[in-house]
Design a protein around this ligand. Structure first.
Ligand code: GAL
Length: 744
């Protein structure tokens, strides 16, 4: 029996275009029955009394609302032998069955052809969001060519949406190129390092029989000029046991993205596989040895609340920290740079920080504002959702905290936030109990704090969370007290099932109500807990989120790692921007850079390198909370370069908190301008086109003074003085992020 999952689609995640013939469509209507009985997989079973259902939409939307448990789908199909006859490589028949929520077993004519698309684990393990593709040898005797066959799918759903939905539905014979995985890898290049750039390409065969003999073509093109800067063709032979590997080295003239086209031509079949990627490149310079103080200039605390703030500093270790003007109730750890203690009285306390190392000394003020507001600048941290989804665990959170402490904290990153999937039930006293993946929440929180970081948690005002776990409904005081006891610093509070208990057509007051309730509960505990709301931007929350005591609120639905989602969210944030003030932020959702996947399987963000520069630049211009959504234990240099640019992060953390406004939208060029506290402006010029843009922008159309000094923030380089206009070159879907200061 052959039950391999098809890895091809998972690995070729860049700009791959592989078109496969869908020989027999099996979308549309299937027979359906809830429950689970032996014999339902049998081809001879009479399913004429079963109802019909459409695949492609969850069963909840087709008359089975609220149904969780087992159910079966059945379909009669004639598999024509023409499918087999027309392919060159007569090896494998493939069944695409969309995505299945949560687990599945698939039978062809009563014979089990696969379970959970080849992943280990039983049907209840749940591999939602993953494409289901099952493979059978064309010679398998269970296939009845040109006759009636029965596909029977046993589905288990634990909570929320269930069934066969999304994705492709079809039966096809795989041909030569369907068996090839073409995987480029290697470090992103940094021109400042002056090294030639090296990249490896691997060709892997998943065919057990075929010997691939052919040619691999590699072509690098400058997207601005169309000039091919490197081209190579090599013979490439490989088979199942012997992948083909080739490493190429080429100096690149400029630090920008290049398009790389790959193709493999197979001699015997004449078939060709093509794939393209945009080369990841690093703009952020390497940290200097001398100390540099990062993070915000203001830090909000509430009277009496315990303070733990690690001053973010880059530079060679060891460092020594000093603070003049330190109030007597605060303590500074002079080696670690961690401020602890508390302040009893409201007011502004300005500390003059001096930090030294073997390479120099730096000074800067830090103002601690003791009052009712916390999170005076947007939170910088990580959240488990975009990578791990509901598969988050204690172990994964610790690994993220370790990575943050080692690689990001010096640049100001501090929150390690657990999203949905940590909850279990309530005990006899009604207290929330974490599930088996979180053996001891207090110990986990101590672990994160010991690294100088902060920890966040997630809940819903409804009876259940969006993932179907226990929510805080009618236990708000108790949950806030539990969070405080565990040492929680951040709460994401997600509307989810609150609709079940809210009035049918909620008024504005109804929309606010559950968030006010939790705020009152949080106010009863003597701990600064950042309060982050998630209700997807309903009822224009940006107009009232601050009034219910929130520090941030989602303005949109969930983001995903593609340009449509990113640009659809990011470039529409101008309506809500005017409502942002220190401690009250719009949240256009978490970052989709690095390895994401919503758990358990991860892939590289499907955004191109330039789209990722756009993502971070725009979020910083918007004064948005930056919550990294990737697997932190696999941070690559490109992603680190995106996240650790101090001049870019300073735009987000600027104490004035004046989100950018869109001042120009001309021919797919958008310009967003943000006022900064030092009187200068951060300006993002975005190219929304799929081709590079060369143009000249006038300072007046960007609402800038006629004479100005420009600095490229990603490259951290002065560009000089300009009068009236500025010539720009912006990559497809890319950005130029400038700091513009008036020249007197
Ligand atoms: C969604 C929310 C996501 C994530 C998820 C957890 O409603 O938008 O960010 O928190 O719930 O189930």
């Amino acid at each position: 029996m052959l039950t391999r999952s098809l890895v091809l689609a998972i690995f070729c995640t860049l700009s791959v275009v592989i078109v496969r013939a869908q020989d027999l469509s099996i979308g549309g209507e299937w027979k359906f029955m809830t429950g689970d009985q032996p014999g339902w997989e049998d081809a001879a079973f009479n399913d004429s009394a079963w109802k019909t259902i459409r695949v492609g939409a969850p069963w909840e939307r087709q008359g089975y609302a609220g149904y969780d448990g087992f159910a079966w789908y059945r379909r009669h199909i004639v598999i024509p032998s023409s499918i087999r006859n027309k392919v060159f490589l007569k090896e494998t028949l493939r069944f695409d069955l969309g995505k299945i929520e949560d687990g599945d077993e698939v039978y062809l004519n009563g014979f089990l052809i696969g379970r959970n698309a080849g992943l280990p684990g039983d049907i209840k393990a749940g591999f939602k969001r993953m494409e289901r593709s099952y493979l059978l040898p064309l010679s398998d005797p269970h296939i009845r060519w040109d006759n009636d066959n029965v596909l029977a799918v046993r589905v288990w759903n634990g909570r929320r949406n269930g069934g066969m939905y999304e994705g492709r539905y079809g039966v096809s014979a795989m041909d030569v190129t369907d068996f090839i995985t073409l995987r480029p890898s290697g470090a992103a290049f940094r021109l400042a390092g002056g090294k030639p750039f090296t990249r490896k390409v691997v060709l892997i065969s998943s065919s057990e029989k075929y010997l691939f003999r052919g040619r691999l073509n590699i072509r690098l093109t400058d997207p601005f000029s169309g000039v091919v800067v490197f081209r190579q063709t090599i013979n490439a032979n490989f088979d199942h046991n012997r992948p083909f590997e080739y490493t190429y080295i080429t100096p690149l003239p400029e630090s920008k993205s290049y398009r790389i086209d790959y193709s493999f031509e197979d001699n015997k079949s004449g078939q060709q596989l093509t794939m393209a990627e945009d080369m990841p490149y690093i703009l952020t310079p390497i940290d200097r040895a001398a100390p540099r103080i990062n993070g915000p200039e203001v830090y909000g605390v509430r009277p009496g609340a315990p303070i733990q703030y690690k001053i973010p500093v880059t530079g060679q270790r060891p460092l020594t920290f000093q603070a003049a003007g330190l109030p007597p109730t605060l303590h500074l750890d002079r080696q670690q740079g961690i401020l602890t203690g508390s302040l009893a009285e409201k007011g502004s306390y300005t500390l003059q920080l001096t930090i030294k190392n073997g390479a120099g000394t730096v000074t800067r003020d830090l103002t601690i504002v003791c009052g009712e507001k916390i999170s005076l600048t947007p939170a910088l941290g990580w959240n488990s959702w975009n990578c791990w989804g509901l598969t988050v665990s204690d172990e994964k959170v610790r690994a993220s905290a370790d990575a943050m402490a080692a690689k990001l904290a010096d640049h100001g990153w501090s929150y390690v936030n657990i999203d949905d999937g940590w909850e279990d039930k309530r005990d006899a006293q009604g207290e929330i109990v974490p599930n088996g993946k979180f053996p001891n929440m207090k110990k986990l929180s101590d672990y994160v704090h010991a690294l100088g970081l902060k920890i966040g948690i997630y809940s819903s005002p409804g009876p259940t969370t969006c993932g179907g776990y226990m929510g805080s409904y009618q236990h708000e005081d108790q949950d806030a007290a539990t969070y405080a006891r565990w040492g929680i610093d951040y709460l994401k509070y997600d509307w989810c099932s609150y609709s079940e208990v809210a009035p049918k057509s909620p008024t504005l007051e109804d929309a606010k109500f559950p968030f006010i309730v939790m705020k009152q509960s949080l106010d009863k505990v003597h701990r600064d807990i950042v309060y982050s709301l998630s209700q997807y931007g309903a009822a224009e929350i940006w107009k009232w989120g601050g009034s219910v005591g929130a520090n941030s609120w989602r303005t949109t639905g969930d983001i995903s790692d593609n340009w449509g989602s990113l640009s659809g969210i990011g470039f529409r944030q101008d309506n809500s921007a005017p409502f942002v003030t220190p401690g009250e932020f719009n949240d256009p959702d978490m970052l989709v850079v690095g390895k994401v996947g919503w758990g358990p399987l991860l892939h590289n963000s499907r955004l191109s390198p330039d789209e990722q520069f756009t993502h971070i630049s725009l979020w910083c211009l918007l004064s948005a909370p930056l919550l990294i959504g990737c697997d932190m234990s696999q941070l690559d240099d490109f992603t680190l370069g995106l996240l650790n640019n101090d001049e870019v992060l300073a735009v987000d953390q600027d104490r004035l908190v004046r989100p950018a406004s869109k001042v120009l939208n001309r021919d797919s060029l958008q310009v967003w301008v943000k006022e900064l506290s030092d009187g200068s402006k951060a300006v993002g010029l975005f190219n929304l086109k799929t081709v590079p843009l060369k143009t000249t922008v006038s300072f007046s159309e960007m609402t800038l003074p006629s004479s100005a000094k420009l600095r490229d923030l990603w490259r951290q380089q002065d560009l000089g003085r300009y009068r009236d206009s500025f010539p720009v070159r912006i990559a497809a879907h890319g950005v130029l992020l400038l700091k513009v200061s008036a020249v007197k």
